[in-house]
Design a protein around this ligand. Structure first.
Ligand code: NAD
Length: 249
């Protein structure tokens, strides 16, 4: 879930999963995204494209019911979905409106919980759920604002869902990615400056690309991580480990 175009984090994960032999299906938010998705999906040998606007009630359940017409069981689900009004991804956090707080939380955090519930019937042999987070959920980063609060809720949800679903042999993990140049990334005011700062101060001297996020994502959605659940795994060139950056001394 969450391929808007070939720059999307979800696309990096899909490409790597395809390289490793996974069979894939995609959801799309709106019909305009379906048009873009058709040729991409072809390159990873699937034509299973299912609408799912997570802001709509029962959308994840309906999507999983549609998917179950193609496959009776699935092994993993990737949730790479987030939204907030870009006018509120700037300036002071306290200016967040009630409406946008609710919408951001619903789409960016609660949808993962709903998705987990909707996935249960089609994961009776166990499986793996993965969502995407960002450092702004555990530390402050400029202008991330309500999105950071939603990521904090998302990361807490990962831990609760890991406990709930462990008995079904379903693992639940998060991948916290460094800045990537995507549609969602560009919505944050000053995104370029944040991108450069992370690049300049990460131990690896660069931000991850979507395919590196994809490789780590494949570890988390496959048996390679069979003993791992409730975890947030950073793919950010090591940026989250830096206290005082060497470049500032
Ligand atoms: P993107 O714009 O390519 O993907 C965002 C996706 O969210 C789109 O496919 C969009 O259709 C989907 N979406 C938004 N509202 C939706 C709704 N109501 N219903 C269904 N889908 C909806 O951007 P991206 O950067 O690939 O974002 C994917 C995830 O990665 C997000 O959770 C984002 O917060 C996270 N992330 C991004 C970065 C970054 O720097 N770009 C860093 C860390 C984490």
């Amino acid at each position: 879930m969450g391929v808007a175009n070939e720059n999307s984090a979800a696309w990096g994960i899909a490409k790597q999963a395809h390289n490793l032999g996974a069979k894939l299906a995609f959801t799309y938010q709106i019909p305009a995204f379906e048009k873009r998705l058709i040729p991409l999906a072809k390159t990873v040998e699937t034509d299973i494209l299912i609408p799912c606007d997570v802001s709509q009630k029962t959308s994840t359940r309906t999507a999983m019911e549609k998917l179950s017409k193609h496959w009776t069981e699935i092994d993993f689900v990737v949730h790479a979905v987030g939204f907030s009004d870009k006018n509120e991804l700037r300036g002071a956090y306290y200016n967040t409106s009630r409406e946008n707080f609710k919408k951001t939380m619903l789409i960016s955090a609660f949808s993962f919980t709903e998705l987990a519930k909707s996935s249960l019937p089609i994961m009776s042999n166990g499986g793996s759920l993965l969502t995407l987070s960002y450092l702004g959920g555990v530390r402050t980063t400029p202008n991330y604002n309500v999105m950071g609060v939603a990521k904090a809720a998302l990361e807490a949800s990962i831990r609760y869902l890991a406990v709930d679903l462990g008995k079904h042999n379903i693992r639940v993990n998060g991948l916290s990615a460094g800045p990537m140049k995507t549609l969602a990334g560009a919505a944050i005011s000053g995104a370029r400056g944040i991108f450069r700062h992370s690049e300049n101060n990460a131990p690896l001297g660069r931000n991850p690309d979507i395919y590196e996020v994809g490789k780590a994502g494949c570890y988390l959605i496959s048996d390679l991580s069979s003993g791992v659940t409730g975890e947030i795994h950073y793919v950010d060139g090591g940026f989250n480990n830096v206290g005082v950056a060497a470049s500032n001394v």
